[in-house]
Design a protein around this ligand. Structure first.
Ligand code: IPM
Ligand code: MG
Length: 354
């Protein structure tokens, strides 16, 4: 029986990088069936809706979703519901109940030079677990009052929402150092007080993982001061948005980092959406200059989390490292003495390494 993967290339460099990810996945497994659909600005252009019903239906009928990137300056002025980010990506997360965002920030060995931490005696390898369908991103009311002169966003969290993301955080921590840092703003926000309360109770029931709590402003500082102290960071939607960008920058190469947005973690497999953390980079779209590695590693995460295929996932990661060890570099990570390659050449080289 084949496994159905929905491919949403999206905008800008999205389709180019996902094409390489598909190519590499096909090199690892022959039982994957790929179907493409529109999402983001391209979908808005074609149908007037950044997330057309056919796309949502295809995702629902699939075992996993591979996404490129959405958005671009062209659509920035549209009303919120029509913008690729809100009407496309955020709606997709919500509709597919993708509540758990897993964002590894890891320095690949051949790129140690690019990391600002290269002299610190260690290599960054941490994971941010970000709650993805609650908090201020989705709270109601969200509106203008007073003739547009007052703007309101609302932050809401329920105990159930915090418990289910805590469970994912603990499961991930169990496979790693068994230590987790839960990040909140408990000295100010009521949602953070509930967050800390629920995580503390969860920790008491799960003593195999040790938990410490950190305020988000301190965490932002500690990530710069001593990032090696972190292994798993568990946090709410907006803090996770910001901290995961910060963590990714510590690795020195945004174009290399994948992410998973998971719906439910039952046993070893789960429905999920996999995407690079970088954006659609419209300035270099269509030139085969984008780095496909984040998309390819997103494919590796897909194998691991949605199909429980540890071996396939590890093969892709090893192939990526090996291509980098050979000195192949796309423009974003180019260094003197290396060989500059295009998006497609990088994909081909990684495929060959399998
Ligand atoms: C991300 C992005 C999105 C977010 C935007 C594009 C809506 O920044 O995936 O981190 O804020 O969640
Ligand atoms: Mg972000």
């Amino acid at each position: 029986m084949s496994i159905k993967i929905a491919v949403l290339g999206g905008d800008g460099i999205g389709p180019e990088v996902t094409a390489e990810a598909v190519k590499v996945l096909q090199g690892v497994r022959s039982d994957l069936e790929f179907s493409t659909a529109l999402c983001g600005g391209c979908a808005y252009e074609a149908t007037g809706d950044p997330l057309p019903k056919e796309t949502l239906d295809l995702c629902r009928a699939s075992d996993a979703v591979l996404l490129g990137a959405v958005g671009g300056p062209k659509w920035d002025k549209l009303e919120a519901a029509l913008r690729p980010e809100i009407g496309g990506l955020l709606r997709l997360r919500r509709e597919l109940n993708l509540f758990a965002n897993v964002r590894p920030a890891k320095v690949l060995r051949p790129l140690l030079q690019a990391s600002p931490l290269k002299n610190n005696g260690g290599t960054i390898d941490l994971i941010v677990i970000r709650e993805l369908t609650g908090g201020i991103y989705f709270g109601e009311p969200r509106e203008r009052r007073d003739n547009g002169n007052t703007a309101i966003d609302t932050c809401v969290y329920t105990r159930a929402e915090i418990e289910r993301i805590a469970e994912v955080g603990f499961q991930v921590a169990r496979q790693r150092s068994k230590h987790l840092v839960s990040v909140d703003k408990n000295n100010v926000l009521e949602t953070s007080r509930l967050w800390r309360e629920v995580v503390t109770e969860f920790a008491a029931r799960n003593p195999d993982v040790s938990v410490s709590h950190m305020l988000v402003d301190n965490c932002a500082m500690q990530l710069i001061r001593d990032p090696l102290q972190f292994d798993v960071i568990l946090t709410e939607n907006m803090f996770g948005d910001i901290l995961s960008d910060e963590a990714s920058m510590l690795t020195g190469s945004l174009g290399l980092l994948p992410s998973a947005s998971l719906s439910e973690m039952k046993g070893s497999t789960v429905f999920g959406l996999y995407e690079p953390i970088h954006g659609s980079a419209p300035d270099i779209a269509g030139q085969s200059r984008a780095n496909p590695i984040a998309a390819i590693l997103s494919g590796a995460m897909l194998l691991l989390y949605s199909l429980g295929d540890k071996k396939g996932s590890a093969r892709i990661e090893a192939a990526v490292e090996s291509a980098l060890e050979d000195g192949l570099r796309t423009a974003d990570i180019f260094e003197n003495g290396c060989k500059l390659v295009s998006t497609i050449e990088m994909g081909d080289a990684i495929l060959a390494k399998l």
